[in-house]
Design a protein. Structure first.
Length: 311
């Protein structure tokens, strides 16, 4: 599908006071945008002021979209806004790329019929089960003896313990790439430019020549056609008109397209068979060039009414 030409939207939600009135909107001039380019799955603007990216530029299903911004000259506070049509695709989460360590507290309780023990140097906690395994005589089909066996069910380092409840405690640290920032955005409802729901945040500090990355999960309804949404930035110190006049109002309009061009009906004939509910079936799908991705990642199983996916 060819992308429609981009139109710069002078977003009222980025005004200094965020006065969302029809009169205010009609006083905002509209002009040609800063041209964007597409390279693979990335739509971007790269001029003397900024590098601004969104990828993938087209979602075919619900998923993550990453937005990158690098200011080449400007250092200071900026305003950021996303615009969506609430009857179509909508964001569900947002995270700022900021790798950081996260420590979680863990515990394990060794309850009956299990047994436990521990060592103090090093600190190690063990939990096991004693089993008595019958030995059968195949000729007589009788149990002739039993073999004792110990099965280890848990083995881990620990930092502290409560022996009265057979429980060990320890901490685990891992690295998470993104910090949740959904609560940094304000939401307003206003019809403008085909969008009716806007998420904005003001006075976000940026440093020159540093790349900032935000990842958002966007829900895309199945087989709901196609449309775009908006991602815009400007300096907080400028009105929309000033930013636009001085070339500091930047917008991208990534797309989503959940339309499907090919389908094949699958009928499961249960004649003579008793197939219980929630039973797994193996389906062989042959690759058809030009109609599906070679990785099969674009295949969806849907109900017979063709209005919902089968997860």
């Amino acid at each position: 599908m060819n992308r429609k030409s981009q139109t710069t939207m002078n977003l009222a939600v980025l005004s200094f006071a965020f006065i969302l009135t029809a009169l205010f909107l009609t006083n905002i001039p509209v002009s040609a945008p800063v041209p964007y380019e597409i390279n693979g799955s990335v739509v971007y603007i790269d001029d003397e002021n900024v590098i601004m990216k969104a990828y993938p530029h087209t979602l075919t299903d619900s998923g993550y979209v990453t937005f990158n911004l690098t200011s080449k000259k400007f250092a200071g506070d900026i305003d950021v806004v996303w615009g969506f049509n609430s009857t179509e695709a909508m964001p569900k989460s947002a995270g700022l790329l900021k790798p950081h360590s996260v420590t979680e507290q863990k515990s394990y309780t060794c309850d009956e019929p299990y047994w436990y023990n521990y060592t103090l140097s090093p600190k190690h906690f063990y939990c096991w089960q004693n089993l008595s395994i019958p030995i059968y005589d195949n000729k007589t089909n009788k149990t002739i003896s039993y073999e004792n066996s110990t099965v280890l069910v848990f083995d881990h380092e620990f930092e502290s313990a409560n022996t009265s409840i057979n429980t060990a405690y320890w901490s685990e640290t891992h690295v998470e790439d993104y910090v949740d920032i959904h609560n940094k955005f304000n939401k307003v409802s206003f019809d403008y430019g085909g969008m009716d729901t806007w998420y904005y945040t003001k006075s976000v500090s940026v440093t020159k020549e540093k790349e900032y990355s935000v990842r958002a999960w966007i829900d895309v309804p199945f087989n709901s056609g196609y449309n775009k949404y908006w991602f815009c930035v400007k300096p907080s110190s400028m009105t929309i008109h000033e930013a636009k006049t001085n070339g500091y109002l930047y917008c991208l309009d990534p797309w989503w397209n959940s339309s499907w061009n090919y389908k094949k009906e699958i009928q499961i004939d249960g004649t003579g068979l008793e197939i219980p509910a929630n039973y797994q079936l193996k389906l062989n799908v042959d690759y058809v060039s030009g109609k599906m991705n070679s990785t099969f990642k674009d295949i969806r199983f849907i109900n017979s009414d063709e209005n919902a996916t089968l997860d």
